[in-house]
Design a protein around this ligand. Structure first.
Ligand SMILES: Nc1nc2c(c(=O)[nH]1)N[C@@H](CN(C=O)c1ccc(C(=O)N[C@@H](CCC(=O)O)C(=O)O)cc1)CN2
Length: 295
């Protein structure tokens, strides 16, 4: 089978260009330039890369952005204060706090503190509930990126058997909700599932998000399936940082219809969908530019 390697970077670039046009048109109609605020706590090198890429992409799309970088030892109170102030700022439409947070800080508390209208990560319980009940506005960026890819690769998802490997709040659970809403038959496989490989082998669409390098090989994949690899596992090889997915790409690529690589697959789409969510939030808020009166 000739394999189709899905180019997430190219797709993300195209999406960002389309959004840049939309931002330009909206500001031309008198709306405020959309604003994104990113909060980074500590010095985790991977988080620093993701935040830098988010800001760079926001700028490409014509958004204005604010980064708040707090020390790894900052107090919960200090982090709460930053988020509360961003909630109140009229020029900010989207807020995200980069995860994971240092262990002494509560992720749950911060997720609950970001005002749902500006929650461009889609992690607030109100947005999670809206997704579960089919009323979603702001959907977690990684599953949203996966859905964009599937719409392009598969088209109508109705009746397809989708298997999601992993049940995290960031990817697995919202991915399952989105696929269900797209009329797929959805199976969620996790660490306690019996005979996971056999269930995966029945999937037309296989989304893997567990953080275990190369867990899934060709014995888990139905020939002709579409495989989305969400795992980004950094390993040290010969003193160099190497990224590996949750799927054994070399083994699976030969038998599937299409597959996302790591890097260059789902990661860039996650960032493009963050910009998409910021635009959704800005449209919902609908803040106009101040009118400057002539004297
Ligand atoms: N507040 C959030 N925190 C985290 C999220 C999230 O959606 N919101 N998801 C992940 C990390 N993440 C986004 O923040 C993310 C991970 C990876 C990429 C990406 O583009 N990866 C590149 C490789 C980059 C590298 O060199 O490491 C790729 O796959 O090509 C984007 C976003 C956890 N935290």
């Amino acid at each position: 089978m000739s394999v189709n390697v899905i180019d997430g970077r190219q797709l993300a670039e195209r999406l960002v260009e389309e959004m840049a046009e939309e931002v330009k048109a909206r500001t031309g109609r008198g709306y405020q330039q959309p604003g994104l605020a990113v909060v980074l706590v500590g010095e985790d090198p991977a988080s620093a890369i993701y935040v830098r890429n988010k800001i760079r992409t926001a700028e490409k799309a014509g958004l204005h952005s604010v980064v708040t970088h707090l020390n790894a030892s900052c107090s919960q109170q200090a982090l709460d204060k930053v988020v509360t102030e961003l909630n109140e700022r009229d020029d900010i439409d989207g807020i995200l706090v980069q995860l994971p947070l240092p262990a002494h800080l509560s992720e749950e508390r911060i997720i609950n503190l970001v005002t749902p209208e500006k929650d461009v990560d889609g992690f607030h319980p109100m947005n999670v509930g809206q997704l579960a009940t089919g009323q979603a506005h702001l959907v977690p960026c990684t599953p949203l990126g996966c859905l964009e890819i599937l719409k392009r690769e598969v088209g109508d998802l109705s009746g397809k058997h989708a298997v999601v490997v992993g049940r995290s709040n960031i990817v697995g659970k919202p991915m399952a909700s989105l696929l269900l809403q797209a009329n797929c038959t959805v199976t969620v496989v996790h660490s306690k599932t019996m005979d996971a490989a056999n269930l995966c082998k029945q999937a037309d669409i296989l989304v893997v998000a567990v953080g275990v390098p190369e867990l899934v090989d060709s014995a888990w994949v139905k020939p002709g399936a579409v495989v989305l690899d969400v795992g980004i596992n950094a390993i040290e090889k010969d003193g160099k940082r190497k990224l590996m997915g949750d799927v054994d790409f070399a083994d699976v690529a030969d038998i599937c219809k299409a597959i996302t690589p790591v890097p260059g697959g789902i990661g860039p789409m996650t960032i493009a969908c963050l910009i998409k969510n910021t635009l959704v939030a800005a449209k919902q808020r609908g803040v106009k530019q101040p009118v400057v009166k002539a004297r």
